[in-house]
Design a protein around this ligand. Structure first.
Ligand SMILES: NC(=O)c1ccc[n+]([C@@H]2O[C@H](COP(=O)([O-])OP(=O)(O)OC[C@H]3O[C@@H](n4cnc5c(N)ncnc54)[C@H](O)[C@@H]3O)[C@@H](O)[C@H]2O)c1
Length: 337
């Protein structure tokens, strides 16, 4: 396959490029490199690398590809709230535009990196793909509106698929600590504390970043009729955890670490437990490589080995929001939006 990946220099992207290349696919990566400072180890390069704002991608850029995997985005709730207009411009308008261009260029499959956060505060537990949306942020709204618009483009020549990812965690060469699991572990290693900003009760579906990448590849390689225009939750039924359980797992790895409830966000309104049956029904050969315990233990080993410090934890390198603010000029003035 010839695959065009956007956002390949993010947290999930390097795993995706490496897996695609190891399976012999031809890969182009397109990214504006907002977070290059977070690189902690070498990455496998795509065959072609475009340093380009996704809003400036043209139909010519997409000719000759079998699949577009669209991951580039302002990729979490706090960043979305920091500048909702920018989030809508990149995550919604930019994404819908890439979908339309892919279709125009004759690309058969378009895989969109959506999110389970569109379920927001779940009205019931074990939400499947038919559960009602309850978006709490600009980020979640941008994902819902992109799904709707791109879904309407589906026809016999264009197969969009919407991968609604759980919250990612784990080791990636383009590391970040602004995700709950990585944050707890990094804080414990750097400072000896596990800081819970809510009361610890909310549920979260969690998935290793490499398993998200593996799911993208599995969907791309699946027969079109199996995944045609489907929204699919990405994760595992047993991989829903309450935040306080995640903290407990950190304490199992580091018994000397203290759990501290800071109460900063009070009752965290983001509370959802997700059902993943559809993923395993559509792709019976697919399994997660990681449980939370396995992924945490691997990441703990890495953090210890690299002497992850309080300076690393408090600095800008591994927090997307801080890097975004430093690099805002790269995305507030695209050439032709
Ligand atoms: N990480 C998670 O927990 C998670 C969960 C659910 C869904 N997702 C989705 O998966 C995708 C990837 O997530 P991630 O954690 O790797 O994000 P990330 O923030 O680590 O990486 C995003 C990448 O997109 C690039 N980018 C941003 N705006 C761009 C633009 N206008 N033009 C070109 N490149 C641009 C950035 O430079 C970065 O390399 C995102 O769409 C995100 O919304 C992530």
């Amino acid at each position: 396959m010839r695959v065009f990946v956007t956002g390949h220099q993010g947290f999930i992207g390097p795993h995706l490029i490496e897996i695609l290349k190891s399976k012999g696919h031809f890969v182009t990566g397109c990214d504006i490199n907002l977070f290059g400072d977070c690189k902690i180890s070498e990455v496998v390069k795509p065959d072609i690398e475009l340093e380009k704002d996704i809003r400036n991608v043209t139909v010519e850029d997409l000719y000759g590809y079998d699949c577009v995997m669209h991951l580039a985005a302002i990729s979490n709730d706090p960043m979305g709230n920091f500048d909702p207009e920018l989030t809508y411009s990149i995550n919604k308008e930019g994404s819908i535009n890439i979908g339309a261009l892919a279709k125009k260029a004759g690309v058969k499959k378009f895989l969109f990196s959506s999110s389970c956060s569109i379920y927001g505060k779940g009205e019931s537990l074990d939400l499947d793909e038919n559960a009602s949306f309850n978006p709490l942020t600009a980020y979640a709204i941008s994902k819902i509106e992109t799904e709707k618009a791109v879904s309407n483009m589906a026809d016999e020549n264009f197969c969009p698929v919407f991968l609604r990812n759980s919250t990612a965690y784990g080791y990636s060469p383009m590391f970040r600590i602004d995700l709950v699991v990585n944050n707890f572990l990094a804080c414990a290693v750097a400072k000896g504390d596990i800081k819970i900003m809510s009361d610890g009760e909310p549920w979260r579906p969690l998935v290793h970043c490499r398993d998200i990448a593996r799911a993208f590849v599995a969907v791309a390689e699946a027969p079109t009729e199996t995944v045609f225009n489907k929204a699919i939750n990405i994760g595992g039924n047993k991989e829903n955890y309450q935040v306080k359980e995640v903290a407990k797992f950190v304490q199992d790895l580091m018994p000397e670490a203290n759990i501290v409830f800071t109460g900063e966000v009070g009752n965290d309104p983001r509370d959802y437990r997700v059902n993943f049956d559809l993923l395993y029904k559509l792709l019976p050969g697919f399994e997660l490589e990681y449980t939370l315990k396995k992924g945490m233990s691997e990441l703990y080993g890495y953090l210890k080995k690299s002497n992850f410090s309080a300076k690393d934890f408090d600095g800008d390198r591994f927090v997307r929001m801080k890097l975004l603010k430093n690099n805002l000029h790269k995305i507030t003035t695209p050439d032709e939006v």
